[in-house]
Design a protein around this ligand. Structure first.
Ligand SMILES: O=C(O)CCC(=O)C(=O)O
Ligand SMILES: [Fe+2]
Length: 288
């Protein structure tokens, strides 16, 4: 019996996969074969080194990852901005493929918390190393550069959010930043993330409120946030595929967490194009 590759798979197994054990095979989207055939060229051979990249689906750097025509901007709190439907389907496909390609061979691991318990997600990072227990302490492990496309998308998102803020009478500040760490999280349908603050970055970053930029791809999530850890006082927002959430300025140290994943809410067009496994991919960029 073949063991699943050590690379954790963002993209679900093809029905003809040689992977027969592990939870990877337990859930399938029911995508009719006719649709698969229309968009995915050729069967994927899982027995070789794991890569499901379809180069023709990776967008160029021509701005096609963003879609300002149909997106909208919501200010959730001072410094906390949600760009709804900001990333095009093509851009979302690009994010999945980029994370998949860049993640080889270590893949996304199941991190532990300080009590030795598994978190309810998988993760990897590009740029500076970070993990939930030691934070940024361990920089000796090999690092992978942050994919340029992700940096570009983060910068464009911040610029667009700033442009929106400039149109408003309020003077909510949203500083720019130069991302040097990119955290990739994948939540299965039962995944979640407890309420926390992102406060491991440098004092300078936190003091200046340099923003975290967060991309959501796949199933939607119920995201809780607010100025307190008290869950009764937190607000909720649904983060959907293609949304970009930015929290900086006065909201840089906001408490937040992912309460639940809303299963079967991935856009059909995304599943057709890239077959992201059931669940949610979240990519955050930040400056240490
Ligand atoms: O998945 C999300 O939307 C949030 C992720 C997050 O809070 C983090 O990685 O620190
Ligand atoms: Fe966070």
């Amino acid at each position: 019996m073949m063991k699943p590759s050590s690379f954790y798979r963002l993209i679900k197994s093809m029905p003809c996969s040689s992977f027969v054990d592990g939870w990877i095979l337990k859930q399938y989207h029911t995508i009719p074969a006719a649709i698969l055939g229309a968009t995915i060229t050729g069967a994927i051979d899982d027995s070789k080194s794991f890569s499901l990249i379809h180069p023709h689906l990776v967008p160029g750097l021509d701005g096609s990852w963003t879609n300002n025509q149909t997106s909208s901007c919501q200010i959730l709190l001072p410094g906390m901005i949600l760009l709804k439907k900001y990333i095009t389907t093509l851009g979302q496909v690009g994010i999945v493929n980029t994370c998949q390609r860049w993640g080889v061979p270590q893949g996304l691991y199941e991190p532990l918390n300080q009590y030795g318990e598994k978190l309810r997600l998988r993760m990897t990072c590009f740029g500076r190393n970070w993990d939930p227990i030691t934070g940024y302490e361990k920089q000796d492990a090999p690092q992978k550069n942050i994919p340029y496309e992700l940096i570009h998308l983060a910068n464009t998102s911040i610029k667009d959010a700033q442009a929106h803020l400039n149109l408003l009478p309020s003077n909510f500040e949203l500083p720019s930043m130069s991302p040097d760490m990119c955290l990739v999280n994948f939540y299965s349908c039962s995944g979640r993330l407890g309420i926390h603050q992102d406060c491991d970055e440098s004092d300078d970053t936190l003091r200046k409120g340099l923003p975290v930029v967060s991309f959501s791809v796949g199933d939607a999530a119920e995201f809780w946030y607010g100025h307190t850890r008290d869950e009764n006082k937190l607000r909720r927002v649904i983060l959907e595929s293609g949304d970009v959430l930015i929290f900086g300025g006065k909201s840089r140290l906001i408490y937040h967490g992912v309460k639940k994943i809303l299963t079967n809410t991935s856009p059909w067009s995304l599943l057709q194009a890239v077959q992201l496994r059931p669940g949610r991919l979240n990519v955050t960029l930040r400056q240490f």
